[in-house]
Write a protein that binds this ligand. Structure first.
Ligand code: SDX
Length: 444
């Protein structure tokens, strides 16, 4: 952070300046403490190395605030999630995904006319360049849809040169609208390609979630009407996944963006990071786990494995880096799951029965209680998405589709920060000290 930089940016956080005193190498230094609007205070260590010659050490950043943000707030102890101050359950219950997109991007809930205008702008960008279709044919049919998403999102920077200049606010805006609009089309194309069916064009007369279901499940030879209950559930799932503070994939997008990379390349990096089973890939892994367990009587064997330090098996969809209480999204996801299963007549899905019993057993087991391991958003989402008709390989694609607006909002907040600089963490080096080169003829 530049010396002059922190004044205007953190003025509000510095009103009642407190400081932390650190004694290092016989020298006492005072580190400013800033207070946010809610949540933990932060200790500004940006001058620590300059003043002490030391770095801080925090692998996994469990105690590190990487930025100042006004977008999403999580209280892991209380199980609270706010998008621009609005509780996730109120947004999920009363709003739409495009309303949430507007809120995350611009900071306020839209008036009716603003929402209609935003919906229209998104609708007008749902088609992809026709040549994009040929891009898909380079992939094997059995390619994982996430591999396709990483590639196609990055390739958008090759198709849309007029929105890659990140210094131009207009180009940042058009890139944001394009990605929010085109992600459903690209995700549906990845699905259609994987099952050998023709791509289905977007329709301007359908809402965002209905249009997505139509592009995924319509076929040219039959009439397709998406079920409004399922479309509402899909829209709700997008709201729950839209943003989540500085998680691994969002931090990836911010770090990529800090170098000045174009927005399509940054979002492609976010998709790649989300794919991991410890992160967004957990919804796919959680359902595979429930299917592997198969029946309720086999649950104790898996709970035993999850507790065994010598066994790499973990309960997928359980635990969270931040939530040490119930993930507020998981509660809504569970309710969503029951509604969808009832609507499709699958409320006796064995995976659901295993999930409910596994949750009950785990929440009574000291191992999970002591470690504050609760179901997270991925625990029930897989069952719901399968009931909506998606194959397991598409689950993380749907997560990426929804999270793109959060990544974009966080990326824009960083780009528009006047003090923004390239991210460059340091390290604790424990490798060999300097040593002379030995010619290969003299090596043992
Ligand atoms: C998402 O960050 C975000 O916000 C992410 C996300 C978002 O919206 O962006 O919320 C989406 O990624 C949700 C999380 C999805 N991942 C999974 O469901 C995978 C299964 N969960 C675990 O891999 C794990 O819980 C993590 C990765 C989610 C969190 O890991 P932490 O915080 O590093 O926890 P830890 O590894 O330090 O675990 C603490 C203890 C350990 O035991 P001890 O060494 O203390 O004896 O709990 C144990 C762990 O072994 N533990 C588990 C467990 N998760 C942690 N044991 C069994 N099953 C689990 N799932």
């Amino acid at each position: 952070m530049s010396a002059s930089g922190d004044s205007q940016r953190l003025a509000s956080a510095k009103d009642n300046q407190k400081s932390a005193r650190l004694a290092v190498g016989g020298k006492d230094i005072d580190l400013p403490i800033y207070q946010g609007s809610i949540g933990p205070d932060v200790i500004d260590i940006s001058h620590l190395y300059q003043e002490t010659g030391c770095f801080t050490f925090d692998p996994g950043y469990t105690s590190t605030a990487s930025c100042e943000s006004k977008i999403t707030y999580i209280d892991g102890e209380e199980g609270i999630l706010l998008y621009r101050g609005y509780p996730i359950d109120q947004l999920a219950e009363n709003g739409s995904f495009l309303e949430t997109c507007y809120l995350l991007l611009y900071g306020e809930l839209p008036a009716k006319s603003e929402l209609e205008d935003f919906e229209q702008r998104v609708t007008m960008h749902t088609m992809v360049h026709e040549q994009m279709n040929r891009f898909f044919t380079g992939f094997r049919r059995d390619a994982h849809p996430m591999a396709i998403m990483v590639g196609v999102m990055g390739a958008l920077s090759a198709f849309y040169h007029d929105s890659t200049d990140i210094t131009d606010p207009m180009q940042r805006e058009i890139a944001a609208i394009r990605m929010i609009a085109k992600l459903p089309t690209i995700a549906a194309m990845a699905y259609k390609y994987s099952i050998g069916q023709p791509f289905v064009y977007p329709r301007n007369d359908l809402d965002y979630a209905s249009n997505f279901l139509h592009m995924c499940f319509a076929v040219p030879c039959d009439k397709y009407e998406s079920d409004p209950v399922l479309a509402a559930a899909m829209d709700n799932i997008f709201i729950l996944h839209a943003d989540h503070e500085q998680n691994a994939s969002t931090s990836t997008v911010r770090l990529a963006g800090s170098s000045g990379a174009n927005p399509f390349a940054c979002i492609s990096a976010g998709i790649a990071c989300l794919w991991g089973p410890a992160h967004g890939g957990a919804n796919e892994a959680a359902l595979r786990m429930l299917e592997e367990i198969g029946t309720v009587d086999r649950i104790p064997e898996y709970v035993k494995r999850a507790k065994d330090k010598d066994d790499p098996f973990r309960l997928m969809g359980f635990g969270h880096r931040v939530y040490k209480n119930y993930d507020p999204r998981a509660k809504i996801m569970q309710q969503n799951c029951h509604e969808v299963l009832e609507a499709v007549g699958a409320d006796t899905d064995p995976a659901l029965l295993v999930a409910i019993e596994l949750e009950r057993i785990a929440l009574e087991d000291d191992y999970f209680v002591e470690r504050k391991l609760y179901p997270n958003i991925d625990f029930y989402s897989g069952i719901t998405l399968r009931a909506l008709g998606f194959p397991t390989s598409m689950f993380t694609v749907l997560f990426a589709l929804a999270r793109t607006v959060g990544w974009i909002a966080q990326w824009r907040e960083m780009i528009e920060d006047p003090d923004q600089r390239i991210g460059r963490p340091r390290q604790l080096y424990t490798g060999p000290k300097e040593r002379p080169y030995v010619p290969v003829t003299e090596r043992g």
